[in-house]
Write a protein that binds this ligand. Structure first.
Ligand SMILES: [Zn+2]
Length: 219
């Protein structure tokens, strides 16, 4: 085979490989782009909304992130919210950020996403950022029981807190949320279901979007 012929053959092989790769990627995107996504894959849930993680998710995400989701998914509100956001209308991408100032955040989506709240044919995409290394400052809650005491507890609270923001976005409600009585009462129900009835959900006054500064000292 001449050098030129060999080059052509190699190029043809590369072309086939890349076409196959592209086909695979677009197929994955087409089938997996809705629901909850962790470590690049859709999270699977069983009929009772209990997550079943893939090997890749177990390898490439923090244990606290996953066990926090398991814990939150076992609460009535958590289960209901998971089943709703796991549908075709939503896409929630979980990102881990160990350098965040709080336990998590849920950045406000683009205005078009907020405005599409009532358009059930459009997929609304949200980011949920979790900091699995976050620990609550000592004495942050003035009660000895009913506070998150493990990283899994903390992440369960962060899942609940940030998904509540996303739930409000999905209703077309932009920030700020923390001062709303409906937000606070829904948070209280969710936090109580998790076993943390005194866990506040607030931030420093007038602090814009990147939040959850949230779980903070109660004043
Ligand atoms: Zn918040």
């Amino acid at each position: 085979m001449s050098t030129n012929a060999m080059r052509t053959a190699i190029a043809a092989v590369l072309l086939v490989v890349s076409a196959a790769t592209v086909g695979k990627i677009s197929l994955q995107t087409a089938t997996n782009e809705t629901g909850f996504r962790l470590a690049g894959e859709r999270i699977r849930f069983d009929a009772s909304a209990r997550p079943e993680f893939t090997e890749g998710q177990i390898m490439y995400s923090a244990e606290a992130t996953r066990s926090g989701l398991v814990k939150w998914a076992a609460t009535p509100r958590g289960r209901r919210m998971i089943l709703r956001f796991n549908g075709a209308e939503y896409s929630v991408t979980i990102r881990e950020d160990g350098h965040g100032v709080g336990a998590g955040s849920a950045p406000q989506p683009a205005l078009a996403t907020l405005a599409a709240a009532t358009d059930h044919t459009k997929t609304k995409a949200y980011d949920l950022i979790l900091n699995p290394t976050f620990t609550l400052p000592r004495g942050a809650i003035p009660f000895s029981s009913g506070e998150p005491s493990t990283p899994a507890d903390m992440m369960a609270a962060a899942w609940a807190a940030e998904m509540l923001h996303i739930d409000f976005y999905a209703r077309g409600i932009s920030l700020p949320h923390h001062l709303r009585p409906d937000f606070q009462s829904e948070w209280h129900v969710m936090a109580t279901e998790l076993g943390f009835p005194y866990l506040p959900h607030e931030d420093e006054p007038e602090r814009p979007p990147r939040e959850w500064r949230t779980i903070r000292t109660r004043r």
